[in-house]
Design a protein around this ligand. Structure first.
Ligand code: DQA
Length: 159
């Protein structure tokens, strides 16, 4: 199955750093899902913010989201084969147990930033484990949508 592209491309100019943002399971429900934990920003609003922030820091961004673990892995493979320079990943609950996603991320040669809207380290015990944490050049936890801006700024400065 091919990965689905959601949202609109920010800029596809050659020469700019290309960053892909991979949002995982249940993140399509942002805005409806426990706003006290995840805030009221919808996924579509978040993607609009991300494209604006990407433009501000001079990188291209593409946002993808899926609820299928296999598709998420296909998206990582596509980033690998497509010459993407950096990844921002929020795999949702897969963060805490998916070694398949971890294995796929290990293939990716560029810098990777792990972002979570909430801070999983201050929640239930099972959320304190991240099976991808040691692959991340940077982790941004609990900063809400702003965390994606921090991740873009980090990646833009890493080129
Ligand atoms: C999350 C945190 C995860 O524990 C949870 O399962 C999510 C969202 C976050 O962004 O805060 O789905 O990744």
């Amino acid at each position: 199955m091919r990965a689905e592209l959601t949202g609109r491309p920010c800029r596809r100019l050659r020469g700019l750093m290309q960053i892909v943002i991979l949002n995982g399971v249940n993140l399509n429900m942002l805005g409806k899902r426990d706003p006290a934990v995840y805030g009221s920003t919808t996924l579509s609003q978040l993607e609009t913010l991300i494209y604006g922030w990407a433009s501000d820091v001079g990188v291209t961004a593409r946002c993808w989201q899926t609820n299928s673990e296999g598709t998420y892995i296909d998206m990582i493979h596509e980033a690998f084969t497509g010459g993407v320079d950096g990844l921002i990943v929020n795999p949702g609950a897969w963060t805490h147990y998916s070694y398949a996603i971890r294995d796929a991320l290990e293939l990716f040669p560029g810098p990777l930033v792990e972002v979570h809207l909430s801070n999983p380290e201050e929640r239930e015990d099972w959320r304190r484990v991240s099976v991808i944490a040691d692959l991340a050049a940077e982790r941004v936890l609990g900063h809400g949508p702003e965390g994606y801006r921090e991740a873009l700024t980090f990646l833009a400065g890493s080129s």
